[in-house]
Write a protein that binds this ligand. Sequence first.
Ligand code: MTE
Ligand code: MO
Length: 340
Amino acid sequence: MANIILAPGWRNPGRDVTPEAAYWNRRRFLKEAGAAAAALTLVACGARDGSNSDSEGSSQRPSDPLDTIPDTPTRDLYPSPANSTYPIDRPLTDRLVAATHNNFYEFMTDTSRVWERVGPFEARPWTIEVGGEVERPGVYDVADLERELGLEERTYRLRCVEAWAMTVPWTGFPLHRLLDKVGPLSSARYVRFVSFHRPEQAIGQANQDWYPWPYYEGLRMDEAMHDLTLLATGIFGAPLPKQHGAPVRVIVPWKYGYKSPKSIVKIELVRERPPIFWHDLQPNEYRFYSNVNPQVAHPRWPQTHEELIGEGRRVPTRLLNGYGEWVAHLYDADVLNSLS
Ligand SMILES: Nc1nc2c(c(=O)[nH]1)N[C@H]1C(S)=C(S)[C@@H](COP(=O)(O)O)O[C@H]1N2
Ligand SMILES: [Mo]
């Protein structure tokens, strides 16, 4: 990734935040614009076969942001009983606001339009491969895991490094239940997550080929085993809409949002600290730990405040996103007070 030119002034059309990808230089930007135009042309050609020809040119464009929930064999498990161990001090974000403000670069960098692009993505049925330093590696069907491990609802704050935040009820189970099931070996020190790679179903993977797809993330073993860390399969009492990471994603509420990878296909327990997608792209902006910390400014976004999406209200950022009572003991001052 040589020749990266920071373009702090560049903004997504119509957006009031600078996206994580603002390191694009003009050539890359033009490349995407060109590829997007080419893709539209292709789809527009398809439309001649009689499929609908709306302005997006896609016959698979959802008509509604909540029309993106895949057919789910475990629909009867939703809504699930609420677990209120972790109290919340903010009103819930509006469900439609959350479903139309998404970071999911596999589809599009414009957060307001991700939902329009997820139509072709086949999010069910779905399996996760769990392997590495475990006693019982295997390929697990998400629907089987939902039934076996038990679903519950937890309302968490989620804080994006772009300084916006939301408060939403996730449905899922703590990741430690799955890790206990597969039996971590004592050699397991970190957990590595990998998202899907399907350029034929995810237009952002097809036309932004400079990203090192698939998306990958990681946690330290104690972070992964912490009760706050969820594998989420639902939101607002229903299975996840595709733009939120259907059918299963990680949620780590005390870290910046990019530490919560969507639509994961692989969980691997490893000995060494795994590389992470955003750090590999911009090492001085994204670090492995990425704990929410108002005192540690990101090079492009001061982190002292955050905007509550849908409300437009700005509130002070809280250390560890307000979860310090439960996770501060995991870190020494070095980790907390550096960009990490
Ligand atoms: N696979 C994948 N996971 C991802 C992302 C992404 O682009 N791809 N974006 C991350 C970022 S930056 C944020 S803030 C959250 C946003 O989750 P939401 O769209 O459900 O609010 O997803 C995270 N998980
Ligand atoms: Mo984010």
